[in-house]
Design a protein around this ligand. Structure first.
Ligand code: NAD
Length: 355
């Protein structure tokens, strides 16, 4: 593996920990970008990387993203991320999860883990047998914080879309506002349901044909093919599937006034935020609008650590600050001429002491 300091994505990370447990076969990378605001928090990804260097790059890039996301969510948490390098057979054993839990514990709380792609709630329960520095565990009671972060992410995006509509279209009502939703899984499906209650007009797309058909019937929404959603004429495009969907070609073909959705890393390259602005399209920076899930995960962890009761109400109160943060970004963008993604990055860098 090439030394991490030669990587483009190395950004003065505080710690990059390589874990090799020969007995269980575990090979993992834990990256902590910044603990300026608190322990480095971010999920564990279980993924097969044909080249381990790609796993290192993911850990570096995603942990920096978590520093920005957690800071902008107002959480007392820094940024971290772990990657478990799956073998060809993608075998994930209890012994590997135990060894991973031991590795997290050895870091003494500098890194706090949770679920990410390829890691389930059950896996986190196994990891939690070896370390206290874990979150995303099953809900422990009525109104208790925790559990699936998806609905919390959806709630933040819904509020962010309403803020964008207020800012760009000058209305507080979602009645008749046309929202095109790309991806109707956990996050996108939740966003669509919340918007439907407010009378928004919905167009949905998902590669999972049966799921999108059922949701469209439930919400009286239209459906378009997955390759048509980005060019659908609408007021708001809400990407909730894949990253890197906004590039020179797709932005030129957009037929919307607002892009506001939960997918991570929507901009294919950093300059694409500026390209969106030049087209007069209002962009809600992804890691600001999609912070509802990490707000839930962090609230659950902090409450357990401090032996207090973390509640859904406390989580929702923090999520309800997302629209205000977006407004601040858009206003600064308009006065400074910098695109919203650049404004958000600068604000995040200031918050983590790297401005
Ligand atoms: P999910 O797997 O439940 O849903 C994703 C959906 O997108 C699936 O239904 C899938 O079929 C669909 N999809 C995939 N490719 C598509 C395409 N080309 N066109 C249309 N639909 C397509 O995942 P999720 O948890 O809903 O996450 C969605 C996005 O939000 C991801 O980018 C994720 O990283 C991001 N995100 C999720 C959370 C969370 O709390 N779950 C938090 C922050 C960010």
């Amino acid at each position: 593996m090439t030394a991490f300091w030669t990587e483009d994505d190395f950004d003065d990370h505080e710690m990059v920990h390589i874990v090799r447990d020969r007995k269980s076969g575990l090979m993992a990378i834990i990256a902590v970008h910044s603990t300026h605001c608190g322990p480095g928090a971010g999920g564990t990804r279980f993924w097969h990387y044909p080249n381990p260097k790609d796993g290192l790059r993911d850990a570096l890039r995603l942990s920096r993203g978590m520093s920005y996301k957690n800071a902008m969510a107002g959480l007392p948490m820094g940024g971290g991320k772990a990657v478990i390098l799956a073998d060809d057979a993608r075998s994930k054993t209890p012994e590997m999860l135990a060894a991973f839990g031991d590795a997290v514990e050895q870091l003494g709380g500098r890194y706090v883990t949770a679920e990410d792609v390829g890691i389930s709630e059950e896996d986190m329960v196994a990891v939690a047998k070896r370390t206290a520095h874990v979150s995303g565990l099953p809900v422990s009671g009525e109104n208790a914080a925790g559990g699936d972060p998806g609905p919390f992410t959806s709630y933040g995006i819904y509020l962010g879309i309403k803020a964008a509509v207020r800012h760009k279209l000058g209305t507080d009502s979602m009645n008749g506002v046309h929202v095109a939703v790309q991806g109707t899984g956990s996050v996108g499906g939740g966003v669509a349901r919340l918007l439907a209650k407010d009378g928004a007009r919905l167009t949905l797309a998902d590669i999972h044909a049966d799921g999108v058909k059922a949701l469209a019937a439930e919400l009286d929404a239209a459906i378009v093919a997955p390759d048509e959603i980005l060019t659908t004429a609408c007021d708001v495009l809400s990407p909730n599937a894949l990253g890197a969907i906004l590039d020179d070609v797709s932005i030129a073909a957009l037929n919307t006034q607002i892009v506001a959705g939960g997918a991570n890393n929507q901009l294919a390259r950093s300059h694409h935020g500026k390209v969106l602005s030049q087209r007069g399209i209002l962009y809600a920076p992804d890691y600001v609008i999609n912070a509802g899930g990490i707000i839930s995960v962090a609230t659950e962890y902090l409450a357990r650590r401090d032996r207090k009761a973390g509640t859904v109400d406390a989580v929702n109160a923090l999520i309800e600050q997302i629209p205000g943060r977006l407004d601040q970004i858009w206003q600064t963008s308009e006065t400074s001429g910098a695109s919203p993604d650049v404004v958000a990055d600068r604000m995040a860098q200031d918050l983590i002491g790297r401005g």
